[in-house]
Design a protein. Structure first.
Lengths: 260, 358
């Protein structure tokens, strides 16, 4: 199994706070790779380093063998990286469909003059984007609300719309920052199924998550962080059984979760 | 109540609210609705007829002059709306680009003996390039900070016009500026732009062309990109959007259109003084965009028409005129925060809802 994304000794500090301290990881292709850790472990910072929202102070980041350090976020999207945000960032004033359509930004193939005078190639692109956009909304269960404002959606639906929008970029690697936060258990079940479907489409998934149900049920590989540092990694079962992890992070709450 | 398809962007031809069809059921009809192409050419044909009739209906030289000013204001309001309404960047420097268009045209024409059309093209280009330069700042500044910086730009342009006397003649101004030279099309009588109806047809025709281009642009993937930047830049970046580049596009195009309006101004008035490009003009343009409805195509056009004609219609109030104007402006912003377009849409929606029940 080859690594699609590889991080070597990534470091990032904010002032005196060492948010990420020498993290190395290898995300295998076509896997669901979960990153867990207690609050303040540096998971979101790691996510922002991978997606290009932040640049690391030092370390290397390779995507399919290509160096990512120094590349801004929007350039990484063209290589096939997509992400969602922990705090939902939709285009709230736009319709659901328009949110997804914005995700096709890097995929338009229209001669420049047809932006001024639409002709065949423009309308082909127009139709294709709308068909694919509706299919993505269908995929996340929101097709019948395509023409409503995104801001009018319930919280859990907003999370699913953000997933559809990110998928429109056609990623090879899809990174989700706490996608289950604020979802009820039915919504978590739906999300879980969608993550499995996304993997089945050949997309590699990195998921930063608190929700243990989700992680233990879908992750192929779990990576544990604490205080910005590497703690442990392995199969979900190995992580569950690791005393170090239980002590540092999961504690009684997790043991209870397993029992239940 | 839910909002119809792309309500914020409906242009000359409002589309049927798709939500009303939702009862028909699931995703299949939703896909069909999504794939329904907008048809807008009847609206353009209507606009052409209106433009053709206006100088005939308003036949006096005085009202024809107002019409020319109105067409220029429509260009200016549309140009500002591209940056503010669609890209979400607060720009108060539009009077600067208007000035560059006017002065570059006139100086090339009067001091360097250029042909008007060539000078006008150079002026549009010059304004566009300066717009690109301003965009370099815009990429680093946000919201109020960008507003102040762009206002600073307008002040700088104004000061340059006053102080660079060897070129601009300073506050004394440039006099005796001729209208655009006559055009002789084969087989037709010569068109003289000293005739204000002809000048109106020229500027209004260009405004309609600019409307068509911008309308196509904002409904294309480029429009989707600009709106994404307006709504949330970090999100846009996560979809591969290079905001700095697209802001430059927006500022550059907007500045070029404002410059285009500027080209025709000196020949119309006959004289050119810096006071015509006082920073207050930037706020007048902003008022047109807001009163009409920003982020819509037709809104700024309506705003420009209303704010051009309203002061004229209020002449009966004598000295109270500006006060009445100010109060009217305040009331509009207070009671129609989305501008005239949104207020009209809300009214139509309320009627449509109330109708069948009654």
């Amino acid at each position: 199994m080859t690594a699609l994304l590889e991080a070597r000794a990534l470091r990032k500090s904010f002032g005196g706070v060492r948010a990420v301290e020498g993290i190395s990881l290898a995300v295998p292709e076509r896997a669901i790779f979960a990153v867990i850790g207690p609050n303040g472990a540096g998971k979101s910072t790691l996510m922002n380093l991978l997606s290009g929202t932040y640049q690391p102070d030092s370390g290397e980041l390779l995507f399919a063998g290509r160096q990512l350090v120094g590349l801004p976020a929007h350039r990484r999207v063209r290589l096939g990286l997509a992400r969602t945000f922990q705090k939902i960032r939709l285009f709230k004033q736009l319709t659901l469909l328009d949110n997804v359509l914005a995700g096709f930004h890097i995929h338009h193939r229209i001669p420049a003059w047809q932006y001024l005078l639409p002709a065949a190639a423009f309308w082909r692109d127009w139709t294709r984007c709308r068909e694919e956009g509706m299919a993505l909304l269908e995929f996340v269960g929101l097709a019948d609300r395509a023409f409503e404002r995104a801001g009018a959606l319930a919280y859990g639906q907003q999370r699913m719309l953000e997933i559809a929008r990110a998928l429109a970029t056609g990623p090879k690697l899809f990174m989700l920052d706490e996608p289950a936060a604020g979802l009820n258990s039915a919504e978590v079940g739906f999300l879980l199924q969608r993550l499995i479907d996304i993997r089945a489409r050949g997309i590699t998934v990195v998921v930063v998550e608190h929700n243990m149900d989700l992680v233990m049920n879908v992750a192929d590989h779990v990576f544990v962080m604490d205080h910005g540092e590497y703690l442990f990694q392995g199969k979900p079962r190995e992580v569950q059984d690791n005393p170090q992890v239980i002590e540092a992070y999961l504690g009684g709450e997790f043991v209870g979760g397993v029992a239940a | 109540m839910s909002v119809p398809v792309r309500a914020a962007d409906g242009g000359a031809a409002p589309r049927a609210p798709v939500v009303a069809r939702r009862g028909e059921g699931g995703p299949v009809s939703a896909v069909a609705a999504a794939l329904r192409r907008p048809v807008r050419w009847p609206a353009y044909a209507g606009a052409l007829v209106v433009i053709a009739l206006l100088p005939i209906v308003l036949g006096t030289p005085y009202w024809r002059g107002i019409l020319v000013v109105c067409a220029m204001n429509v260009l200016l309001a549309m140009s500002l709306n591209l940056v503010i309404g669609y890209t979400g960047q607060l720009s108060l420097g539009q009077s600067g680009f208007f000035a560059i268009g006017a002065y570059v045209t006139t100086v090339l024409l009067k001091s360097h003996g250029w042909n008007f059309w060539l000078a006008a093209a150079a002026a549009v280009l010059a304004a566009g390039v300066v717009g690109l330069l301003l965009a370099a700042f815009a990429a680093r500044l946000r919201g109020h900070y960008l507003g102040i910086a762009s206002l600073g730009f307008a002040v700088i342009v104004y000061q340059v016009l006053i102080n660079w006397e060897s070129v601009t003649k300073g506050v004394r101004g440039i006099y005796g500026i001729m209208p655009p030279p006559p055009v002789a099309l084969p087989g037709l009588p010569e068109i003289s732009f000293g005739n204000q109806a002809a000048l109106f047809y020229l500027v209004a025709g260009l405004a309609l062309l600019v409307y068509l281009v911008l309308d196509n642009l904002v409904r294309s993937p480029i429009g989707e990109t600009l709106r994404a930047i307006r709504e949330d830049e970090i999100s846009a970046a996560s979809l591969g959007v290079d905001s700095a580049r697209w802001k430059a596009f927006s500022f550059g195009l907007s500045a070029a259109i404002a410059g285009m309006a500027g080209c025709f101004y000196p020949g119309f008035v006959g004289t050119l003084v810096p006071d015509a490009f006082n920073i207050v003009e930037s706020f007048t343009m902003l008022a047109m965009v807001i009163v009409g409805g920003m982020g819509t195509m037709i809104g700024p056009v309506i705003g420009a028409v209303v704010l051009t004609f309203l002061p004229e219609l209020l002449r009966g109030f004598g000295d109270l005129r500006l006060m009445v104007y100010g109060v009217a402006l305040t009331l509009v912003v207070l009671f129609m925060p989305g501008g005239i377009v949104q207020a009209a849409r809300a009214l139509v929606a309320r009627r449509a809802q109330g109708g069948p029940r009654a």
